[in-house]
Design a binder for this molecule. Structure first.
Ligand code: GSH
Length: 217
């Protein structure tokens, strides 16, 4: 049985859990605390890069969430979450890479809001402009389609969706992006998404811990 070291609070981690659940792959889950403490021996033992998610399959260890998604897709192709035709494969990869390389970093300045801390007023406007550019790109990319490649649910939704659905936690609304809003409402109703949500108590513990580190209190 595959084993996943994870924490659903992290979108990197949750995208793997969502994929396992969407594919109905039996899995042992090991929840790893995320508390901002560097160089924890127990996390270094799981991954020398000090990150989750990590997937283990019969002694084979994989780090990096996108590599894990590809492994699961190749090993458990049904249901398929990755198109094989050139255009749609490129679309999925574009959405995945825009999510990890553009969207997630653009959300980072809003992290204090998640912890109920004030944001530096000088960075709000440029940060919002950058985020708007990325959300507009995704809104237009989605267009009139149900999902990013058309009617099929793919790793594009798994990757972008696990970030878009948590924007409200950082005080960011999708009101100006009605197509992305409809998409997140659809995703939030899927059983795999409901079952991969972090518990309220895990969320509170995470916020308290990280806030203490941010503020030194
Ligand atoms: N590129 C990695 C990023 C993983 C990552 O950043 N994980 C964070 C959680 S969001 C983590 O484990 N942080 C623990 C730490 O750095 O102490 C992936 O996609 O798997």
């Amino acid at each position: 049985m595959v084993k996943l070291y994870h924490n659903p609070i992290s979108p990197h981690s949750r995208r793997v859990l969502v994929s396992l659940l969407e594919k109905k792959i039996e899995c042992e889950l090991v929840e790893v605390e995320l508390n901002g403490v560097p160089n924890r021996p127990e996390l270094l033992a799981i991954n020398p890069l000090h990150h989750i998610p990590v997937l283990e399959d019969d002694g084979f260890k994989i780090v990096e969430s996108l590599a894990i998604l590809d492994y699961l897709e190749a090993k458990y192709p049904n249901p398929s979450l990755l198109p094989t035709d050139a255009k749609n494969l490129a679309k999925v990869r574009m959405v995945q890479l825009v999510t990890v390389n553009e969207l997630l970093p653009a959300m980072m300045p809003f992290f204090p809001v998640m912890l109920d801390l004030p944001m530096d007023s000088q960075i709000v406007e440029p940060a919002m402009q950058k985020l708007s550019r990325i959300l507009t790109f995704l809104e237009e990319f989605l267009g009139e389609q149900k999902y990013f490649t058309g009617s099929d649910f793919t790793l594009a939704e798994v990757t972008a969706g696990t970030v878009l659905t948590v924007l409200p936690l950082a005080g960011l609304s999708l009101d100006q992006y009605p197509k992305l809003q409809v998409l997140t409402e659809d995703l939030n109703q899927r059983p795999a998404w409901i079952h991969s949500l972090p518990t309220d108590s895990a969320m509170i513990a995470f916020k308290t811990d990280i806030k203490a580190r941010f503020t030194g209190s």
